[in-house]
Design a protein around this ligand. Structure first.
Ligand SMILES: Nc1ncnc2c1ncn2[C@@H]1O[C@H](COP(=O)(O)OP(=O)(O)OP(=O)(O)O)[C@@H](O)[C@H]1O
Ligand SMILES: [Mg+2]
Length: 468
């Protein structure tokens, strides 16, 4: 448990080897080196690698040979392949055919390698996930799939570590897209139940009439349409974890039944005569402020106290902008794997635009923006132009058209003209926006616009807006 991540670096060039090892050590990980595939296999007898980073072309046993041998041994740590520029086809083959985790092109970009190592370690899930997670925490910045270096995320990581191993209920709150489901999954993985099922049920997505049958199951004939006996989520999640998503949307009566189950761990199917014991850890999530949900009558107060043994609140992304770069890097690694692309990073202007943005959709929005950008970019750094129009600086440039007589900005004197707008549309937008600004004072609007009052009237007639 005191160990930190072990990285084995395999390269026949000694300067490359030691350079990489130094870098990895600077990130707080252990590094061991080997000069070719057979040397690596030998080292692995004593060195328990969490991730292997290997060159492809080496004398004696090359990278392919190493991958093949590891696969035959059946216990292959996630392996990152180093490839020379332009050898992407080959590199992709090692991923698709030989089971490599992913590849990275030389010259190696440190931030990319760091993000890859972290993701690879998180993905080594089946190999002793909990140990890996604990080790990850020692160099901070990530917990499983969750990334974030901001003090608030660090607090959340330590809460997760305290709450994870127990069977205690956890109430997770946060705006949409802040990572509530990811937190629930991480709790599951950190618990002794991680081999058991993780079942998520969205209370908002189910009609009231079905929610109880979904949760508790039903016997044949217990209601019209119940033609078969069916197990509920609590049964399906036996020895695992259940996430009750949007708990504030659960009907009050169902909340009362849920409370009873939490008290005595017994479930009765709808129409069933007997109760049976369930061993399920319950985690609930809500995008409301829990206190407000109680006050507003959406969440029973007694249930709230029962669920709120641990409370994890996820701050919106706009309140932890320090995390954007790290999360973006981690998302790029995942998206590269998903789309077979090889995007390396973001140009600084993209990061600046990200820092300025308010992120109403939080991390899900960031992921969507990046997914589009990764697909369009394909390889190399994501340029600003591959972001959606709202991130483009042109918006800001056109945003404040020259209005010499306008009072100093009160925040409502701007106009967004995205690329793709015709001159005619832009003119119309500007005229109508200026009228709004002058509270429909046409004389003043014409002055600001630098046109005659008559021209303004003519334009408004064209738009069908010329009200006397
Ligand atoms: N800290 C994080 N690091 C990396 N990825 C994250 C992090 N938090 C969230 N994500 C990713 O962001 C996306 C949205 O997360 P998730 O579905 O958990 O949000 P949510 O709060 O449940 O949203 P909703 O309220 O809309 O259901 C997912 O793809 C998730 O993997
Ligand atoms: Mg969710």
């Amino acid at each position: 448990m005191d160990r930190i991540l072990n990285i084995l670096i395999v390269d026949d060039e000694s300067s490359q080897r030691t350079g990489l090892a130094g870098m990895v050590k600077a990130w707080g990980m252990n590094a061991e080196t080997a000069s070719d595939g057979s040397d690596a296999l030998e080292k692995l007898e004593k060195f328990q690698a969490d991730v292997i980073v290997t060159d492809l072309n080496m004398p004696h046993m090359d990278g392919y040979g190493l991958l093949k041998a590891l696969r035959e041994q059946g216990d292959m740590p996630p392996t990152i392949v180093l490839t020379g520029y332009g050898n992407v086809e080959t590199a992709l083959r090692t991923v698709h055919e030989m089971g490599a985790y992913w590849f990275i092109e030389k010259p190696i970009q440190p931030s990319m390698l760091q993000a890859l190592l972290r993701r690879a370690a998180a993905h080594s899930g089946l190999r002793n996930e909990k140990k890996v997670l604990e080790r990850q925490l020692q160099y901070k910045g990530s917990l499983g799939e969750m990334v974030g270096n901001s003090p608030r995320m660090q607090e959340i990581f330590s809460l997760l570590q305290q709450a994870g191993p127990s069977k205690a209920c956890v109430l997770i709150s946060g705006e949409s897209g802040t990572g509530k489901e990811l937190v629930a999954r991480t709790l599951h993985v950190l618990s002794p139940r991680r081999q058991g099922p993780f079942v998520a049920i969205n209370c908002a997505a189910l009609p009231e009439t079905l929610i109880e049958s979904e949760l508790f199951g039903h016997e044949k004939g217990s209601f019209t349409g119940a033609s078969e006996r069916r197990a509920g989520c609590f049964e399906v999640a036996q020895h695992g974890t259940i996430l009750l998503d949007e708990i504030g949307e659960m009907p009050m009566l169902t909340q009362a039944k849920l409370l009873r189950i939490l008290e005595d761990s017994k479930v009765r199917r709808l129409g069933g005569k007997t109760e049976f014991e369930v061993d399920v850890r319950v985690v609930a999530a809500t995008n409301k402020v829990p206190d407000d949900a109680v006050k507003g009558g959406f969440l029973r107060e007694d249930l709230f106290y029962r669920l709120n043994v641990f409370h994890i609140h996820l701050p919106p992304l706009r309140e932890r902008k320090d995390d954007i770069l790290e999360i973006a890097e981690a998302l790029i690694v995942d998206l590269n794997r998903k789309h077979d692309t090889r995007v390396s990073d973001l140009v600084p202007e993209v990061l600046e635009a990200f820092q300025r943005h308010n992120w109403p959709g939080n991390i899900r929005e960031l992921r969507n923006v990046l997914e589009r950008a990764v697909i369009i970019t394909g390889e190399g750094s994501i340029p600003l132009k591959n972001l959606p129009v709202t991130f483009q600086p042109q918006n800001a440039a056109v945003a404040a058209p020259a209005m010499p007589d306008a009072p100093p900005s009160a925040g409502d004197d701007s106009l967004h003209v995205p690329i793709g707008t015709t001159v005619e549309q832009a003119e119309k937008g500007l005229i109508l926006r200026t009228l709004e600004f002058t509270k429909n004072n046409k004389t003043r609007a014409a002055e600001i616009l630098g046109i005659s009052l008559k021209t303004l009237h003519n334009k408004l007639k064209e738009y069908g807006r010329d009200t006397p």
